[in-house]
Design a protein around this ligand. Structure first.
Ligand code: GLA
Length: 357
């Protein structure tokens, strides 16, 4: 895979293959004493995260492929490790209105627009710029790209701070638009290719979640998690209640919902804590975003072979997509996803790794 490797401080760059038109694709390796993270400019994806287990052994804790070919070959999209946009998660019928103008995103998920439509930011080749402690991925999305108004300029910085991967997002526009950016990494703290995440314990810092209709669009506003299988205020094994006779779990085939995070949007606050009794690895997620989409990998069906050659079966990884709530452009009671010219969207999410006995 490595054709040439140029040293860029703590960051190195190598070949990750080629796009169908022959354009070379890069992979950047970021290293700190406790972490090794690889990021490709194809979809601005996180390809791998090596983190220590309780015995100090490094293991890869995210799902993905060994070269860009694996991502390009997907016939049904997983969005493994990608920055999704311009609008992460769903917009009902792909339609919304801004200042009296109607916009249509081509529907790509049961009549709704998912993750920015059929060719979202995950499909784009971003421009990578190495930083002393990371890499910045930049993209200019043209006015009208996938139906969205305004030229949107996006910068996503991945940087390492000890055992933590910071993701800082910035975006500006030249026309009022809607934006919801997140990272779609699938975590498995026991290790990529090691089986399911059902035995991992999850805590979500949320008193409420947004129940969905059959198309996985929030309906009826936030509801308390208390007394439901959606109550993760105390760390609970993911598999403990995933099979409960619960309408919401049935609709999604597991967890695939937005949790309304406690604390103030815009302030960095605890979102989630995932811990793995097998390896002792712990992932703590903090974010400035108001919500987190916890997706338990329900659509993985074993047809895709990952970095280790093992098939990615149902629940072989989970996503903690820190973001604004789904369908916000059509739900005025939700925190707004509108971005106006002259304003800069800033958002930060931190994935910090540690271990416990
Ligand atoms: C998000 C969605 C899921 C699914 C995955 C990608 O998490 O909420 O329904 O589409 O992305 O497979």
């Amino acid at each position: 895979m490595t054709i040439s490797q140029a040293a860029l401080g703590a960051v190195t760059k190598a070949s990750f293959g080629k796009m169908p038109d022959g354009t070379p694709v890069d992979v950047y390796t970021l290293t700190s004493p406790g972490l090794e993270v690889r990021i490709t400019n194809a979809g601005a994806r996180v390809v791998s995260i090596l983190a220590k287990d309780r015995d100090g052994k490094m293991g890869d804790v995210v799902l993905g492929y060994n070269s860009v070919d694996g991502y390009l070959a997907e016939t049904s999209k997983t969005y493994f490790g990608a920055i999704v946009g311009r609008y992460g998660n769903r917009i009902r019928n792909g339609q919304f209105t801004i200042d009296g103008h109607s916009y249509q995103i081509p529907p790509n998920n049961n009549g709704n627009a998912l993750h920015g439509g059929p060719h979202g930011f995950d499909d784009q080749l971003w421009t990578g710029t190495p930083l002393p402690d990371g890499v910045e991925m930049s993209l200019v999305s043209k006015d009208g790209d996938m139906g969205f108004p305004g030229t949107l300029t996006v910068h996503v910085r991945y940087t390492l701070h000890g055992n933590a991967l910071h993701i800082d997002y910035a975006a500006t526009t030249d026309k009022t638009t809607v934006v919801n950016l997140t990272n779609h990494a699938y975590f498995n703290l026991s290790g990529d290719g090691s089986g399911t995440i059902l035995g991992e314990n999850l805590m979500l810092n949320a008193d409420a979640y947004t129940p969905v209709d059959a198309g996985l669009i929030p309906v009826g506003g936030p509801k308390p998690v208390a007394g439901t299988p959606f109550d993760f205020r105390k760390a609970t094994a993911i598999g403990a209640r995933i099979g409960d006779a619960n309408e919401q779990l049935k609709i999604a085939g597991g967890y695939d919902h937005n949790w309304v995070l406690n604390g103030k949007p815009g302030e960095l606050k605890l979102a989630a804590k995932l811990s793995d009794p097998k390896s002792g690895r712990v992932l703590t997620v903090t974010t400035t975003e108001p919500g987190v989409q916890f997706y338990s990998g329900n659509f993985l069906d074993g047809t895709k072979l990952g970095k280790t050659g093992a098939p990615y079966g149902k629940n072989s990884g989970l996503c903690l997509e820190t973001q604004h709530y789904p369908d916000s452009p059509n739900q005025p009671a939700f925190p707004s996803t509108e971005l106006k010219p002259g304003k800069t969207l800033h958002s930060t999410t931190v994935f910090a790794f540690s271990t416990e006995k």
